[in-house]
Ligand binder design. Structure first.
Ligand SMILES: O=C(O)CCC(=O)C(=O)O
Ligand SMILES: [Fe+2]
Length: 251
């Protein structure tokens, strides 16, 4: 099923704060989409993602990879079959967020598609590659925020704050604490204190785990039934560029 987009909402007006039903999301970012198995294969094979995936997700002892559709989060991995990713989805999306633009809270859905040989595959993880960040551009804001169960986005008005990291109505990132662990994986962040600028992820006062865009930083999260509620906060200044694809598996 496709995500239904409501592009008509005005980003300068308060956004809906209700936790969305799966399949629905507000967003007003600019975006292009193209199908390119070559581009997908290039990122998977040549940018080191395939090797990292094998190392982290498919390791026989401590890999996080799913077994027959279920995440291995506890218990023994003995006698469990590690599933191997086929690669990246050919469905490449490029986002540009301008000042004031955002992608409201939503869940990413798993999608059935075909690989190069026409075999059925299913997407299981979202891959986001940030193409710029605050260090190498004018960007301020635009964090991707993940909400653990029971935590919700806070209301935002779209107001652009004047002070960096200060209290603000829009964006919801004010007064954020950093995890300081340099781990862009939302599930790996435990909420220790630190400055907003000390790492790519930190915990917001509302319990959301924010990942700050950084050029070349790759963020992966499970989608489909196990997707965490997440959103991209309002860009407060400059532009945010992101590339999106998915990791696909045999069904
Ligand atoms: O742009 C972002 O930070 C998040 C994008 C996103 O959630 C999506 O593509 O589903
Ligand atoms: Fe998403």
């Amino acid at each position: 099923m496709k995500i239904q987009i409501d592009d008509k909402l005005d980003p300068t007006k308060p956004r809906p704060v209700k936790v969305p039903r799966p399949g629905y999301a507000f967003r007003d970012n600019d975006r292009i989409q193209f199908d390119s198995p070559e581009f997908a294969a290039m990122i998977w094979n040549k940018c080191g993602l395939r090797d990292r995936w094998k190392e982290l997700w498919e390791h026989p002892k401590w890999g996080l990879e799913t077994v027959q559709g279920e995440s291995i989060t506890s218990g023994t991995r003995n006698n469990k079959r590690i599933r191997h990713a086929v690669g990246l989805s050919r469905n490449i999306r490029m986002y540009r967020y301008q000042q004031g633009q955002s992608f409201g809270a939503h869940y990413d859905e798993s999608v059935d598609e075909k690989d190069d040989e026409g075999n059925d595959v299913v997407s299981e993880y979202t891959v986001l590659i940030y193409l710029n960040g605050e260090r190498d551009s004018d960007l301020l804001g635009g964090e991707t925020v993940f909400y653990p169960k029971g935590k919700k986005p806070i209301p935002t008005s779209g107001t652009i704050p004047t002070t960096r990291g200060g209290a603000k109505k829009g964006g919801g990132g004010g007064g954020a604490k950093a995890s300081g662990n340099g781990n862009a994986n939302a599930t790996g962040t435990t909420g220790t204190t630190g400055a907003r600028d000390s790492g790519p992820s930190y915990v917001l006062p509302n319990g959301g785990v924010a990942v700050k865009p950084e050029r070349g930083l790759l963020l992966v999260h499970k989608h489909g039934d196990e997707c965490m509620l997440h959103e991209a906060l309002i860009v407060q200044r400059g532009f945010k560029y992101v590339l999106r694809t998915d990791v696909v598996y045999e069904p």
